[in-house]
Write a protein that binds this ligand. Structure first.
Ligand code: GDP
Length: 535
């Protein structure tokens, strides 16, 4: 393979922005994603993502599950070019039960767009996702959507953000009127108005009509506002406040730039995108057990943050999604899976360009590639071209809800095993055997109840296996390491159940916190771990 010129590598890194949109369901994430693609020229007629989502919605009994899977399944990561930048958008599943998946997704991005519904402000899911983004120290840009709706009060939205999230909100633009009197947004630093012109529900890009302060055309538009003085006073007030923007504070997550607009009406998108590519940071260095790996390190490295099976029901395929962390990825390259020590050749690769799924020949830090996975990857695996190291901090999770999975048709045991193996490798559930050979009913664990329902649904629809879930009264799991004889003696303890994880490692399930504490105190020579020591 040709060596890469350092200048080419740094130019590719500098061009890239990899981010996720965090929001509460219905704030407009699908619509905004679609509009970003439209502005990037990646799709020509907006509506495709929506149409697919709507079709699924209509035909499914499992509305919530299917709705969740709608966009996420087909587009875990989308890539598009905007001006001279390449943007990767990673999808974050919205439902609270999918927080683990989201957690890992946010490990693979460099910044976050927090999308709010202007009439609703901060909603529970926004808050939860915001906390994860903050924990990951990601810079956050805010887009307040639906300014064409009644009931949008920009000042109280800003103070709600500051009060609830404890982050300084700095407006970059300001809505001119709201609801039916919405006229556009005022670019605060350029002191120019971007005048809203209704487009046919967003099928085409809207060209902003930009008017300068004092322009008679602007005056006559402002004169149509129900309260022109209020708008002028607001803008005057904003200029008095200390809204000076310090990029360092933004990158440190102390402030969030705020933009207003309407995704549905293609309004404020361009102003936002133009600012976003300047504000959002390029790919970062990732911590590893050999120290931080900077993106411009010449050899390729990346990690698996998501595994998704059956993306296309027609093809029983499975993909591992990799975030490229350093160097250049070239199809057919040989790498080592540092986690398993196995050499690999990376040949079957995909990327999602708008609606299209395409083969990836080359990728750079910040890019997301899907690798066809014959079952060799696990979440958190590090891939290295040269040298061996492990990226740190991709969390595996400790389930809090357990159920016994009962197979309705005993002849389908093989199918069940295959389904459970694949779904467990996606990382949404964990599977435990009650005996080392897995002959008795399996116990499945998840973070939330919906995940267990999704499991049952997918086993039936994707693997043709009918199952029943029976609650078991355990609510926490601990991986156990230490003297095997001592571990064995744990078996008969009251209020605990000894099981094995998929790798055969011993795990204990506990009925409650009290039972856990009792066992931890009684067996000081055994160590108890909240997540698998492997992960
Ligand atoms: P998601 O659940 O966050 O992906 O939200 P969607 O993109 O599906 O949008 C939820 C609803 O809000 C849909 O009916 C959209 O048409 C609507 N919507 C999205 N953006 C806007 C907007 O700017 N203005 C108005 N009035 N409605 C919007």
């Amino acid at each position: 393979m040709d060596p890469i010129a350092p200048s080419e590598l740094s130019a590719e890194i500098a061009r890239r922005r990899t981010f996720a949109i965090i929001s509460h369901p219905d704030a407009g994430k699908t619509t905004l994603t679609e509009k970003l693609l439209l502005y990037g020229g990646a799709i020509h007629l907006a509506g495709s993502i929506k149409a697919r989502k709507a079709a699924r919605y209509a035909t499914s009994d499992w509305m919530e599950i299917e709705r969740q899977r709608g966009i996420s399944v087909t587009s875990s990561a989308l890539v598009f070019d905007y001006r001279d930048h390449t943007l990767n958008i990673l999808d974050t599943p919205g439902h609270k039960d999918f927080s683990e998946d989201t957690f890992r997704t946010l490990e693979a991005v460099d910044s976050v767009v927090m999308l709010l519904d202007g009439a609703k402000g901060i909603e529970p899911q926004t808050l939860k996702l915001f906390e994860v983004a903050r924990m990951r120290q990601l810079p956050i840009v805010t887009f307040i959507n639906k300014v064409d709706r009644e009931g949008v009060d920009p000042f109280s939205l800003l103070s709600e953000i500051e009060r609830t999230l404890d982050i300084r909100a700095i407006p970059f633009d300001w809505p001119i009127g709201a609801g039916s009197a919405f006229r556009g947004v005022w670019d605060l630093s350029a002191a120019k108005a971007h005048i809203y012109e209704a487009v046919d529900h967003g099928g085409a890009r809207a060209t902003d009509r930009i008017l300068k302060e004092g322009d008679p055309a602007l005056e006559s538009i402002l004169n149509t506002l129900p309260d022109k003085t209020l708008f002028e006073e607001e803008v005057a007030l904003l200029s008095l406040e200390d809204n000076s923007f310090d990029k360092k504070d933004f990158l440190a997550g102390k402030t969030t730039p705020v933009f207003f607009g309407s995704a549905l009406n293609n309004f404020g998108i361009e102003l936002f995108l133009d600012a976003f590519i300047g504000l959002a940071p390029p790919p970062r260095a990732y911590p590893s057990d050999k120290g931080p790996i900077p993106p411009d390190s010449p050899s390729f490295s990346g990690f698996v943050f998501k595994i998704q099976a059956n993306m296309d029901p027609q093809h029983r395929d499975r993909f591992a999604f990799i975030r490229v962390c350093s160097g250049r990825f070239v199809r057919e390259m040989s790498v080592t899976n540092a986690t398993t020590g196995k050499p690999l050749r990376l040949s079957k690769t995909i990327q999602f360009l708008g609606q299209k799924r395409e083969r990836v020949e080359e990728a750079w830090p910040g890019d997301i590639i899907g690798l066809h996975d014959p079952g060799v990857f696990r979440i958190g695996d590090t891939l290295c071209e040269k040298g061996l190291f492990h990226f740190e901090g991709i969390p595996s999770f400790s389930p809090e809800l357990f159920a016994r999975l009962i197979l309705e048709d005993p002849l389908k045991r093989k199918h069940l095993k295959k389904g459970l193996d694949q779904l467990a490798e996606e990382g949404a559930i964990q599977v435990f055997a009650q005996d080392p050979h897995g002959e008795r009913d399996m116990i499945v664990g998840a973070v939330g109840a919906l995940q267990l329902e999704v499991l049952k649904f997918r086993l039936e629809h994707e693997y043709n296996v009918k199952t029943r879930l029976e609650p078991v009264g355990y609510d926490r799991a601990r991986w156990i390491t230490g003297d095997p004889a001592k571990i064995d003696s744990l078996a008969g303890t009251l209020d605990t159940l000894r099981v094995y994880d998929r790798e055969g490692a011993p795990v204990a399930l506990f009925r409650n916190e009290w039972a856990l504490r009792y066992v931890v105190e009684k067996y000081p020579e055994i160590s108890f771990h909240g997540t698998s020591p492997r992960g």
